[in-house]
Structures are given as C-alpha cells and as structure tokens.
Design a protein around this ligand. Structure first.
Ligand code: ATP
Ligand code: 4MY
Ligand code: MG
Length: 325
C-alpha cells in the first residue's frame, strides 16, 4: 500500500463544472481515498504527496504540441515529477494520451489489432500533408480512400480547430482538404453512432445521432464542426436522413462485439478512460471505428449519468491499479 491515499485531480474548468465534485469526494472517501484539485500553477512538490493522478491534460498537451511555451513548461514539469515519483498511478499515462491525440496514429493502432476477425474495421485512411492535388490523388488511391471522404485535423483533441471537418465528394473539390489532415472514407450508417465508454474493466455503450448517408457526386464539399453532430442532444441538419434512407429495420449492435472492441482497444492504447465511436455499415453490418477519445464526457449532461455509477467504476479501477503497483 502507498504511504498516502491522496488522489490529485486535474481537468479543465469546463470539465470540472460538468462533474459533481462533492459526489467524487464522497465516493473517494468510501474507498478510503482523499481527493484534491491539483494546481498546475504551483509546484507539484508543494502539493505532494499523492499516490494517484487522475487527469484530462489533453488540451494542455495539444497546445504544447503546437508550441505554446507555458503549456510545454507545464507538461514538462508534470512528466519530470512523475519520472521522479514512478510509483504514482496515472490515469492515463501521458505518453499513451499523446499517441491518441494524433488521429493518424490512433487509426494505425486500431488497424494493427485483430479486431478485423470480428467484423470490425477502421475505414480506409491516409494522412495528407502536401497541398499538391496530384500527390493527394495518389495518396488517396494508394490507401483505398474513396469518395466521399472526411477530412479531419490530425490533432484530434484540445482545441476548436480539432473538430473542424469537411466531407469531400469528388476530385474537383480536393482543394478543400485543409492539410495537414487525415482523410477517411465515409461509411454510410443511417445516421446512428454508438459511443462505447470504458472505465477500467467496465464499459457501456449509448446510441447517438450522427451524419446522414452520402454518396459520391458532383456537389460541393460540406464543412462542419464535429461538436455539433453527435452529442446526446445534437440536432444537426446533417443528421436528417433522406426519405429513401429511412428504414424500419436496422442493425442492432451485438453487445459481445462491443465488449471485444472495448477490451481490445483498452489494451492496445494502454488506457483506462476511453470513449470509442462506432458506426455500423448500412450495407454490410460491419462495425467501423471512426474515433477514439481520451477521458470523454461519459454521456453526461450533468453528473455522468451515462455511465452507471461512474465514480465508483473509476475508484474500483484506481484501487485495483494502486494495489497491483
Ligand atoms: N468515417 C466516417 N464515416 C461516417 N461518418 C463519420 C466518419 N467519421 C466521422 N463521422 C461523423 O462525424 C462525426 C465527427 O467525427 P469524429 O468523431 O471523428 O470527430 P471528433 O471531433 O473526434 O469528435 P468527438 O471528439 O466529439 O467524438 C461523427 O460523430 C460521425 O457522425
Ligand atoms: O469532456 P470534455 O469537455 O473534455 O469534452 C469532450 C466531450 O465531452 P462532453 O460530451 O462532455 O462535451 C466528448 O464528448 P462525448 O464523445 O463523450 O460525447 C468528446 O467530444 C471529446 O472529444 C471532448 O473532449 P475534447 O475533444 O474537447 O478534448
Ligand atoms: Mg467522435
């Protein structure tokens, strides 16, 4: 057992406002832990000791990646502190969070798993860094990315720009690819998406609105902000199915496949707090993984009601890790 049972928590003010802090304090207490908000503007030594760091540092890591000096200093200090205090349990380890922030990296990790043997895939993708249209055409062709496809910023978290996307329908509008980006084939899925929320060895999934079906055509590109599409209460005009696409019968997700996805990706990413976005291909019934998020919202508008007993699940996970460390 560690010499102290203090949990340091850091997340943005915006995220802190969405959680019920008092409930977290109570659940920690029940599990024999004391919890406090870590202040990244003060030295960590001063706030020590603590045996667990529970964090969502994605925004700061992302702005450090983009060269923000203060963010670089903060992440550097946290990493150095964790190196010096290697017994601290970190949810989730910073190197693992970093690899998830890059969408290309993230899709490559999914592709390297054995999920394809369960009818699970990640839609064909490639990274576009060059603005030359002939090079873009070649890259799309070599990676089997087909029209329509979505252009997503490489950096997948931590800023408004990370969520600005475009759907490109034909070669004429390839000019709309805002490089650098990841291009990913669009999978028609009847405007329904499933979010798998993972907390340690537990998971659940919820249904969300999503983008309607699209075909390759001569139309202009569509630019959208992904944060307007798949929240629980989103009502985007891009989610309204065309009359011909409205179906009575639809694919239902198989809980066993969702479990395999959750267990596999938790191991591959080496993370315990994850959100996975899954669509079911309307023609084949195969499961397409289109996005993985670090420490997502867990389905809550207020109080994490999406994930049953969210804080208990977090504390169970923490207790197991602290004991095994
Ligand atoms: N390959 C795809 N095929 C079909 N629809 C897609 C595909 N990729 C993304 N979408 C749609 O676009 C939305 C946003 O995509 P994505 O989840 O990658 O964005 P994001 O910014 O990472 O979102 P968040 O972090 O909020 O989950 C999805 O919710 C889904 O509706
Ligand atoms: O919780 P945060 O404020 O960090 O926002 C996250 C958001 O949670 P919310 O639903 O509570 O808004 C998540 O939504 P769900 O997939 O869980 O629905 C997802 O969009 C993350 O990508 C966001 O993280 P960011 O990309 O901004 O780092
Ligand atoms: Mg998503």
């Amino acid at each position: 057992m560690p010499p102290n049972k203090r949990i340091a928590v850091w997340m943005s003010e915006k995220k802190l406002q969405k959680i019920n802090w008092q409930e977290l304090v109570t659940v920690c207490d029940k599990h024999g832990f004391e919890v406090f908000k870590l202040d990244l503007n003060r030295s960590l030594e001063e706030q020590a000791p603590f045996c667990v760091l529970l964090h969502k540092l994605t925004d700061i890591i992302a702005s450090a990646n983009q060269g923000d000096i203060r963010s670089m200093e903060i992440i550097n200090e946290v990493e150095k502190y964790l190196e010096r205090n290697s017994t601290i349990t970190v949810l989730d380890p910073i190197p693992n969070v970093k690899q998830l922030l890059d969408r290309y990296n993230c899709y490559s990790i999914i592709q390297a798993t054995n999920l394809h043997s369960y009818g699970v895939f990640t839609p064909p993708f490639c990274v576009l860094r060059n603005e030359d249209l002939d090079i873009i055409k070649d890259q799309l062709k070599n990676s089997l990315v087909t029209f329509p496809f979505i252009c997503k910023p490489i950096l997948g978290h931590g800023s408004r720009q990370a969520h600005e996307m475009s759907i490109i329908f034909n070669e004429k509008y390839l000019i709309d690819c805002k490089t650098p980006c990841v291009a990913q084939s669009f999978i028609n899925h009847n405007a329904i998406l499933y979010k798998i929320f993972i907390v340690g060895d537990k998971h659940c999934f919820v249904e969300r609105p999503s983008l309607k079906n699209f075909q390759a055509s001569q139309r202009e590109s569509i630019h959208f902000d992904s944060s307007d599409v798949s929240k629980a209460d989103s009502k985007s005009r891009l989610s309204v199915l065309d009359p011909d696409d409205v179906v009575k019968e639809r694919w239902q997700p198989d809980p066993k496949v969702m479990e395999v996805i959750a267990n596999t990706l938790r191991k591959s990413f080496g993370m315990d707090l994850l959100g996975i976005d899954v669509v079911i291909d309307k023609s084949t019934g195969r499961y397409g993984i289109i996005d993985v998020n670090a420490y997502p919202g867990f389905g809550s508008v207020s109080g994490y009601d999406g994930f049953p007993n969210f804080f208990d699940a977090v504390l169970d996970c923490i207790s197991k890790k602290v004991t095994s460390n």
